[in-house]
Design a protein around this ligand. Structure first.
Ligand SMILES: [Zn+2]
Length: 251
């Protein structure tokens, strides 16, 4: 079996740090962590099927954290600082683009590159918006910068009455957003691609299909469950390409 060698190469997978705000409950947090693990396990399986053994990566569930030695409220003091700094008080929403900028500029993102998954219980919107933008959907369920990280919100999912639906929707949201963190669908792919809100999605029956409302999340999650589908064939090929390309890049 071919083995990925670390020397002079970018790792095909990075450690994953997971944080969540204090209002995110135990069941939600645990589901996010287990779903990230589930998708990574599929990536390993796909790699193994084509003879690529990947180094083990770690998932670090930091939860709601703060650094005791740093004064409260100073940059990168803790989870709450990310939320406070990216919060729009008038809209009562976290601005996803601001949040992910903070993630991008984390001091420890440079010292030890990793992927970030952040779960918030506040409502989320992608960009700060002028009143003229009101025709656009006034919220997002998640926002992702490929190869960097994702912020996703449980706020609207909690409106679902049935616990089964809440879990299905959250799991599906994590798969869609974390799949994009991994770089799916591939930037080089020409077919089976749909652009929605400036993001690349897959058009096949697959967790990389866009679902931007709570109702859509539940509907596609139920379809994919009854079809036993997670990643489509094209996205599986993208996973192989991703492993090979990153393994070969000189950085
Ligand atoms: Zn796909």
């Amino acid at each position: 079996m071919a083995r990925w060698t670390p020397e002079g190469r970018e790792a095909p997978l990075k450690p994953v740090s997971v944080m969540w705000t204090q209002g995110v409950d135990h069941v939600e947090a645990q589901l996010v962590v287990s779903t990230v693990r589930e998708l990574l396990q599929l990536v390993y399986t796909i790699g193994n099927q084509v003879g690529l053994a990947l180094p083990t990566i770690t998932i670090r569930p930091f939860g709601t954290w703060y650094i005791p030695s740093v004064p409260e409220g100073t940059p990168y003091w803790g989870t709450r600082w990310y939320v406070d700094t990216s919060f729009d008080a008038a809209r009562q929403q976290v601005i996803g683009a601001r949040f992910l900028d903070l993630v991008r500029n984390e001091p420890w993102q440079k010292s030890s590159p990793h992927w970030d998954v952040a779960v918030i219980d506040w409502d989320l919107v992608d960009q700060a918006r002028a009143p003229a933008d009101e025709s656009r959907q006034p919220f997002v369920l998640g926002m992702t910068v490929p190869e960097l990280g994702t912020v996703l919100s449980v706020h609207r999912l909690r409106g679902l009455v049935r616990a089964e639906h809440r879990e299905l929707a959250l799991r599906r949201l994590v798969l869609q957003e974390f799949g994009q963190v991994l770089g799916l669908p591939s930037r080089s792919r020409q077919s089976g691609i749909e652009l929605a809100e400036g993001r690349r999605f897959c058009t096949n029956r697959c967790v990389l299909r866009p679902a931007t409302t709570v109702a859509q999340l539940v509907r596609v999650a139920e379809q994919e469950r009854s079809d036993s589908v997670m990643l489509c064939e094209q996205c599986r090929r993208d996973v192989v390409e991703m492993i090979l390309m990153r393994g070969r890049s000189p950085n």
